[in-house]
Design a protein around this ligand. Structure first.
Ligand SMILES: [Zn+2]
Length: 199
């Protein structure tokens, strides 16, 4: 038997709504705010419209005092495995999809794709690799096993910087032997399209 949904009447709009439609508020005996979320948002928007300049000033002050805190937080996050992998993820996307990137010619221009739907998919895949192979990606760089293949499951590995340099394509003087058909398929999707796929 499922329990009946608890409701509360909003002080402002006088409508009875499920308690999930109210923000938490520890000052009240029932632990919920007096107004429903919708009314609270309306009140906040109205306030912001009227006190636009003051709001902006307060926000700027807040941003200034918290800038250092945010920088510190970001630098700590980059030291975690997830943070390190996230920065690798964005570097991969830029190399493959942003024609302005200085290394685009070696990636996107050669038709190399990132074949993970979003960061979370990539992260889960690397976590499984780490579990199987027992490495810490923070001291390593990402590498494609087949240099003509994509960044995709089965074709990525984590290697030291020295190994990564060794795995590179032959330099200019040997490039005639390199198949010219690969230098097609320039990917021009903007970066934002990729990011919006993410959950
Ligand atoms: Zn309401």
């Amino acid at each position: 038997m499922s329990e009946p949904i608890k409701t509360k009447t909003c002080f402002k709009c006088k409508q009875a709504k499920p308690t999930s439609e109210f923000y938490k508020c520890s000052n009240h005996t029932d632990g919920l705010g007096s107004n429903c979320k919708e009314c609270d948002k309306q009140i906040a928007n109205n306030y912001r419209r009227i006190h636009h300049t003051e709001c902006l000033k307060t926000e700027n002050q807040y941003n200034q005092t918290h800038r250092l805190y945010r920088q510190e937080y970001a630098s700590q996050y980059r030291k975690t495995i997830q943070g390190h992998l996230r920065s690798i993820w964005y570097q991969m996307l830029r190399r493959c999809r942003n024609p302005q990137h200085q290394r685009f010619k070696d990636y996107g221009a050669r038709g190399i794709h990132v074949n993970f739907a979003c960061f979370e998919d990539f992260y889960q895949y690397v976590k499984e690799l780490m579990r199987q192979q027992g490495f810490d990606p923070r001291t390593l760089t990402i590498d494609r096993i087949d240099n003509n293949g994509h960044y995709e499951p089965g074709n990525i590995q984590f290697v030291t910087m020295a190994e990564n340099c060794h795995n590179r394509r032959p330099r200019k003087k040997d490039q005639l032997s390199y198949p010219s058909t690969v230098i097609l398929n320039v990917v021009t999707e903007p970066l934002t399209d990729v990011v919006s796929h993410c959950k």
